[in-house]
Design a protein around this ligand. Structure first.
Ligand SMILES: NC(=O)c1ccc[n+]([C@@H]2O[C@H](COP(=O)([O-])OP(=O)(O)OC[C@H]3O[C@@H](n4cnc5c(N)ncnc54)[C@H](OP(=O)(O)O)[C@@H]3O)[C@@H](O)[C@H]2O)c1
Length: 297
């Protein structure tokens, strides 16, 4: 498994617990520097994340430190020529990032993947001409992954899914094992549910009446095992060997420090216990909690 830095936080005000706004340009630089110096060699970005691609491009060209790049194709307009749109977006990302190729190019919209095979053909051509190395789809739901597994015909190299200790949908029906068998890599995001796991009671109550109860249980279990919540959330991810990349979004240097420490610390002996705890307490967490698109705040 590899640690990847998520950079929506660097390009825009992002997250449910965000009180300080997006980091300044120099703070963003320091987060990228710290990540690079500590062995994080990939960043996840998107054209949709404000000036995130531009900051990464500026960092790489100024410091000569190059990350592998995962970025995303924005939702397309069907009334306009698809090939022109896709190619213009790819050029824009390449220019912003100041690179010649994108390592992982995700469709930001599952609907674009499902509704138009033409888009995949266009991406394939860009794979052949070397502008894009691997093609992926960023999704929210297991039915979307099921659809990809049944229809991808070898076109899809990687999927990006939200995965965390409250969201056990992805461990039902061996869906990750089936993804791996198809040779599709798994990239996970939202391991802290955008920071929800660190919220206080008042803010948790606004999301759903049961959120506080779930987070309290997590805190109790973390304390019993001498961990903090961020580490427990990370070790839960690490206990799933089907995952290839784990994405963390950071707004401060302290957070990236802590997340790197968590990622490299060895809690293998606790994996079984953590998985049992998750199964016991979080098998049916409400969709209004695990899907940030449904949050009322
Ligand atoms: N559809 C898509 O493709 C999609 C959608 C969403 C995100 N993403 C990607 O995923 C990345 C991560 O976003 P996410 O939603 O998955 O967020 P996440 O990683 O679950 O949570 C990140 C937030 O948690 C807080 N945090 C991080 N480390 C912490 C620590 N050690 N201790 C305490 N708080 C900590 C920070 O928020 P505060 O400081 O504000 O509390 C941070 O903004 C994004 O940057 C983006 O690259 C992709």
């Amino acid at each position: 498994m590899e640690l990847v830095l998520g950079t929506a936080q660097l390009g825009m005000n992002y997250g449910v617990n965000n009180i300080s706004g997006k980091p300044s340009f120099s703070e963003g630089f320091n987060i990228l520097k710290k990540a690079f110096e500590n062995g994080v060699n990939m960043v996840d970005t998107a054209l949709a994340y404000g000036n995130s691609e531009l900051i990464i491009g500026e960092f790489m060209s100024r410091t000569n430190r190059y990350f592998k790049i995962a970025t995303k194709l924005p939702k397309l307009k069907y009334c306009e020529n698809l090939k022109d749109q896709v190619e213009a977006y790819i050029e824009k990302s390449l220019n912003n990032l100041r690179v010649k190729k994108i390592d992982y190019y995700f469709l930001h919209s599952f609907e674009d993947y499902k509704n138009n095979i033409e888009i995949i053909k266009i991406l394939k051509q860009n794979q052949e001409n070397g502008k894009v190395q691997k093609i992926g789809v960023s999704i929210y739901d297991t039915y979307e992954l099921d659809y990809i597994l049944n229809n991808s015909e070898g076109f899809i190299d990687i999927v990006q899914i939200p995965f965390n200790i409250f969201d056990l949908r992805w461990i039902k029906d061996s869906i990750l094992e089936r993804t791996k068998e198809k040779g599709i890599e798994v990239f996970v995001r939202s391991i802290y549910l955008q920071g929800l796991l660190f919220l206080k009671k008042d803010a948790l109550d606004k999301i759903h009446p049961k959120t506080y109860q779930y987070v309290s249980k997590l805190l109790e279990f973390a304390e019993e095992n001498n961990m903090d919540i961020s580490n427990l959330a990370m070790q839960y991810i690490k206990s799933h060997t089907e995952i290839n990349y784990v994405l963390v979004g950071c707004e401060t240097e302290e957070q990236i420090d802590q997340n790197i420490r968590n990622f490299y610390s060895d809690y293998t002996d606790k994996y079984k216990l953590i998985k049992e705890f998750a199964m016991k307490n979080y098998t049916d967490v409400e969709k209004e909690i695990i899907d940030p698109r449904l949050w009322k705040c």
